[in-house]
Design a protein around this ligand. Sequence first.
Ligand code: PGA
Length: 256
Amino acid sequence: MRTPLVVGNWKMHLSRDEAGALAGEIRNKLDISPDQVGVAVCPPFPYLSAVHAVLAGGPVALGAQDGHWAPQGAYTGWVSMQMLVDVGCRYVIIGHSERRQFAQETDTDIGKKVKAGLGQGLAVILCVGETGPERDGGITYDVVMRQLSGALEGLSGAECDNLIIAYEPVWAIGTGKTATPAMAQEVHSFIRSWMEKRWGFGAAQKLIILYGGSVKPDNMRTLAAMHDIDGALVGGASLGAQGFLEIVRQADAGKR
Ligand code: PGA
């Protein structure tokens, strides 16, 4: 009932030529239809237009890694949601743990960005997840709940039609340590029940919840086999076309 989604987060990697070549190879070799698995890539800002030109008219969507809440203004170094729409983005990642950590983004900032992105018609991928010490301290659910309520404050279920959640345990990002499928499923199911209490059964059942944190071709299938895991937000393993495409196939296989 929910179409799985696999999103590549290229972070601050690749040259312009490499980004174009990677996008082209993914587009040309993708052998899973968008009704089976949705696919998107999120290049660094300077390459969005170039990658859009490569992807235009094909099944792979374009996304950005962040966006500011203001429509325009004196915000040196920032980029607005309108600008992202203008260069062809359909998705925007908001509240990634690297932004929370290195750009000191708060739940309030993230909430403003989520609203601005949804307001512009972008599909917003809101990232939540606990650090290692938070998991060890037994407060994973408190952290995730705080991040969700902070970011979604004041939004109705209808306004969140285009919302996607990515559960990314911080201790699993770029470390090679993946949450086990059962561990991830527990948190995904918690997120879906939290949404159900807030917005009702229908909205919660439609919500796409991605897993992120050291996703690779060899762990995607068992993760995707979990009831509440609807695909992945992939960092390191999205930087090679072959591996990324295999992750897309495994996301499909896990749902069969
Ligand atoms: P990773 O990154 O796949 O390299 O762990 C995931 C992410 O940060 O979205």
